[in-house]
Design a protein around this ligand. Structure first.
Ligand code: SF4
Ligand code: SF4
Length: 403
């Protein structure tokens, strides 16, 4: 049976919900018994205390599961949003918010090599003073954290642009800080109009789904550009014979990320077709495609605690490690980055080499990808740890509207 697409909505569509409880009973994280799932749905809708609110990892599987397209994921994120406005955020959470400085991204940029810093400066120049091209690649924060993933002859024909201030708003959206996400969308809309862009290629499927679906449907901020996933773009170029490839003869367990669940089978199939084209046979982990577990990044939104992120990432890494594959492949810069960071925290317990899909494509094209992920993770941990400790010691909470 083919997997259904789902839409992002401004709010949970309560009229459609018949309290069947399937979303929370079949949730790959909660797996509530049927009676408890129904009771929890009532609690969520009524705004009462709920275990689901504390344990949800925001993986969006419930939206694929819901037979009535009621958007239960948005119900949970809306409740987080209300809580955040009411109680504020714990002080350490400020480190992951793109508009508060210093933050994870500004601190991590200090770890970039001179060559990578030069790349990011070039991307900023292309944003500020766009070259005469109607198609460009958008480097969001996940690529700015690891520019080496995009440093390839494969992308030489298409200008890349991006800067930390051109945030797509995804961290805000996932955490339930929707006013800030909407402001980010308005900024992106304004910048794309200034750049006169016609097509934008997205190396990140979070940004892809935000631009294509969330901006128009949830934020009333449509973009006047065609949005193309890098998976689609690469697949077409390979099919046209524009990238010469030698098969890699690898066996990789795949980590699907949350966002492509919204596109049904489309992007899951595209990524697998791309891997097939470069000679990588795919091993599916027990939780895969629409039931894929969160990498851990969004698990922090539930209780705004770092330990939830580390534990969730560790559980996913363990699941991937236990498969008979030679390597792990993912196709989200955020998942890739977080897995590397968390495995350093776990003292390199998980041994399978991890690759971003783009690194494998580069390798099949005869290049030698820089593979700087683990080194970058160690540098970031060294930079971030003292600041995290200071924020935990300070304690307290802040409200987003108060800088
Ligand atoms: S978003 Fe994921 S973890 Fe949260 S309730 Fe839905 S399926 Fe479960
Ligand atoms: S949101 Fe959907 S799956 Fe969940 S209880 Fe309502 S109808 Fe059932």
């Amino acid at each position: 049976m083919s997997l259904k697409k789902f839409k992002f909505t401004k709010e949970f569509i309560a009229d459609r919900c018949d309290y069947c409880g399937r979303c929370l009973a079949e949730c790959p994280v909660l797996r509530f018994p049927p009676d408890k799932a129904v009771a929890e749905m009532h609690a969520l809708v009524d705004g009462a205390p709920s275990e689901a609110l504390d344990r949800c990892t925001g993986c969006m599987a419930c939206n694929s599961i819901c037979p009535r397209d009621a958007d239960p994921h948005t119900l949970i994120v809306s409740r987080w949003s209300e809580r955040n406005k009411r109680e504020g955020l714990p002080y350490p959470a400020g480190l992951v918010l793109p508009h508060r400085k210093p933050n994870l991204y500004t601190l991590a940029m200090r770890s970039l090599s001179p060559q990578e810093q030069a790349l990011v400066r070039e991307w900023e120049r292309n944003l500020n003073d766009p070259p005469p091209a109607d198609t460009m690649i958008y480097a969001g924060c996940n690529m700015i954290l690891q520019p080496f993933v995009m440093n390839s002859a494969i992308f030489r024909d298409i200008p890349i642009f991006g800067a930390l201030h051109l945030c797509c708003g995804e961290p805000f959206y996932r955490m339930g800080c929707w006013d800030e996400a909407k402001a980010a969308a308005a900024h992106v809309q304004q910048e794309f109009r200034r750049m006169n862009l016609k097509r934008v290629i997205m190396p990140c499927l979070a940004g892809y789904h935000l631009f294509k679906h969330v901006y128009p449907a949830v934020f009333d901020t449509p973009l006047d550009v065609e949005v193309i996933s890098i998976e689609d773009w690469l697949h077409d170029r390979i099919a046209r014979g524009e990238i010469a490839l030698a098969p890699l003869h690898m066996r990789a367990v795949i980590h699907d990320n949350c966002w492509p669940k919204a596109s049904g089978d489309l992007l899951f199939d595209k990524v697998r077709a791309l891997l097939d084209a470069i000679g990588v046979s795919v091993v599916e982990p027990p939780n895969t495609r629409e039931r894929a577990l969160c990498c851990g990044m969004c698990a922090g939104a539930a209780r705004l605690q770092l330990r939830d992120i580390v534990r969730t990432a560790g559980e996913r890494l363990r699941e991937l490690e236990q498969t008979p594959a030679d390597v792990i492949v993912n196709y989200c810069g955020g998942c890739d980055w977080l897995f590397n960071v968390v495995n350093v925290i776990y003292l390199s317990r998980y041994k399978k080499p991890r690759y971003h899909l783009l690194e494998l494509v580069q390798q099949a094209a005869g290049e030698a990808p820089a593979r700087l992920g683990v080194r970058r993770a160690r540098q970031v941990i060294r930079t971030l740890t003292p600041r995290l400790i200071a924020r935990y010691l300070r304690g307290g909470r802040f409200h987003l509207e108060n800088p």
